[in-house]
Design a protein around this ligand. Structure first.
Ligand code: NDP
Length: 450
């Protein structure tokens, strides 16, 4: 569909021409530009200053070779990336993803989204993202360590506590952050805060592991309370994925009185009508690094189904996609709607296709977009940076309280922007505009510097 504004159409056409074969990046840019239609009408000064033209072009994209030696002695080569998308409001901040699907398009879409997400947290962090097409699955501890060391040997030339502070993402948890931090520490002879998601003993923040999943539920609870005068209590919930975000989303959903009945990994999904036993999932996924199908072998009455898509056919009140991009397509969205879903909130980045989002919105389903609803992880990463600067550590309860306050504010800032720009309750538009405004303001103030 064409843009109403000829200016935005021109910006999008240029992005398409400059970034052919990058569908994920184009999808992310298109969604933000669509939300900005009412902004360009009201703010010709932003158009004149080329703020949007500048925002859709990363400040820097670094691509590098990552050679490493596997357990058989063979040399392997992967590709590493870091996109430094926008530093107008603070040092670049955003995770590192290790997954075979990583390419420039995926990293750029994530870095672009991250810019607005970080702005929404209210903390001074710019947007960045990175990673590699390395697949940690099936690799030995020694292989993971050698890969991480090689990756950091190059990455460290481009990052720093006041420049760019990466964190974890898919395939990068505490183990990988530890190996990368160790290599940085050794080569730089400093202990500066160049990564977040560190172990507590090395300057990490309490609550970081839980932050994205917990934050998602704080957002959902506030959204239900404000718009429907309702809560998570008593709701049936489906959560996709069984990694970091999914596990802690389930934990907080259960604490709030919700009943989570299904989860998946990339092979298939489990259904437990009595409610998922999270201790079993944690044992399989966090301790043994096994497959989710083992849950059905251990819990009587639970079912395992090969393939992921079937999970969206399970009747639920709330759906929380927490695995990967584009996991809910139009068909899955329609199934959720037909089964009476009342709210969908994104734990993963861009897990719903544009067609799926349209179906949710047309059918009055409350929809929390990733930039807003999954910002809890980066928010606590920002708090980790603050604690490191102060040489101080807050308690779990202190960080959790700050996380909750940030998520509640993100909801209200997004909701208020949706009202102000004429589409009350459209949180996709509200989050995009609220995130955009702060970055735009900083870019205007700094002149055509970047
Ligand atoms: P993890 O690597 O811990 O877990 C990812 C989960 O998603 C695994 O269960 C994985 O299954 C599953 N998965 C991956 N690809 C697919 C696929 N194609 N189909 C079905 N399942 C799949 O990652 P995180 O939990 O950290 O991240 C999940 C999402 O949340 C990502 O989109 C990430 O960008 C986003 N996010 C993460 C944050 C964080 O703090 N960690 C912060 C904000 C967003 P398998 O094990 O089989 O691969």
């Amino acid at each position: 569909m064409a843009f109403k504004s000829a200016y935005l159409q021109g910006v999008y056409d240029t992005v398409c021409k400059r970034n052919p074969n990058e569908p994920e990046f184009l999808q992310a840019v298109r969604e933000v530009l669509e939300s900005l239609e009412p902004v360009v009408e009201k703010r010709p000064d932003l158009v004149k200053a080329g703020v949007i033209d500048r925002m859709v072009e990363p400040e820097r994209l670094i691509q590098f070779r990552v050679p490493w030696v596997d357990d058989t002695g063979a040399v392997r080569v992967n590709r590493g990336f870091r996109v430094q998308f926008n530093s107008a409001i603070g040092p670049y901040k955003g995770g590192l993803r290790f997954h075979p699907s990583v390419c420039a398009s995926v990293i750029k879409f994530l870095g672009f989204e991250q810019t607005f997400k970080n702005s929404l947290t209210g903390l001074p962090m710019g947007g960045g993202k990175g990673g590699s097409d390395f697949d940690p699955k099936g690799k030995s501890e020694g292989e993971i360590m050698r890969f991480c060391q090689s990756f950091m040997t190059e990455l460290m030339k481009h990052i720093g506590p006041d420049t760019d502070v990466p964190a974890g993402d898919m395939g990068v948890g505490s183990r990988e952050i530890g190996y990368m931090y160790g290599q940085f520490h050794r080569l730089s002879n400093t202990n500066s805060c160049v990564l977040t998601g560190k172990r507590i003993s090395s300057g990490g923040s309490l609550t970081r592991t839980e932050a994205t999943g917990y934050g998602l539920l704080y957002f959902v609870e506030e959204m239900l309370k404000t718009i429907k005068n309702d809560s998570v209590k008593g709701k049936t919930i489906v959560v996709s994925g069984s990694g970091n975000v999914a596990i802690y989303a389930v934990e907080k959903a259960q604490e709030l009185g919700g009943k989570v009945v299904a989860m998946y990994d990339s092979n298939g999904y489990i259904y437990d009508k009595d409610g998922i036993k999270l201790d079993v999932v944690k044992q399989i996924k966090e301790v043994e690094r096994g497959r989710i199908k083992e849950y059905a072998e251990r819990v009587p009455g639970a079912e395992y189904h090969e393939g992921c898509k079937g999970i969206w056919g399970i009747k639920c009140d709330i759906a929380l996609p927490c695995a990967t991009q584009n996991e809910i397509d139009a068909e899955s969205a329609q199934k959720l709607v037909d089964n009476g879903v009342m709210a969908v909130a994104e734990g993963a980045n861009m897990p719903s296709t544009p067609e799926a989002i349209e179906i949710f919105q047309k059918n009055g389903v409350l929809f929390g977009p990733a930039k807003a609803s999954n910002a809890g992880g980066v928010a606590v990463s920002g708090l980790e940076m603050s604690q490191n600067s102060m040489r101080y550590s807050w308690t779990f309860e202190e960080v959790d309280a700050k996380l909750k306050e940030i998520m509640v504010n993100i909801f209200h800032n997004s909701y208020n922007a949706s009202k102000e720009f004429g589409d009350e309750g459209n949180l996709v538009m509200g989050a995009n505009i609220a995130g955009f405004m702060k970055v735009a303001d900083a870019m205007m103030w700094q002149g055509v510097a970047y």
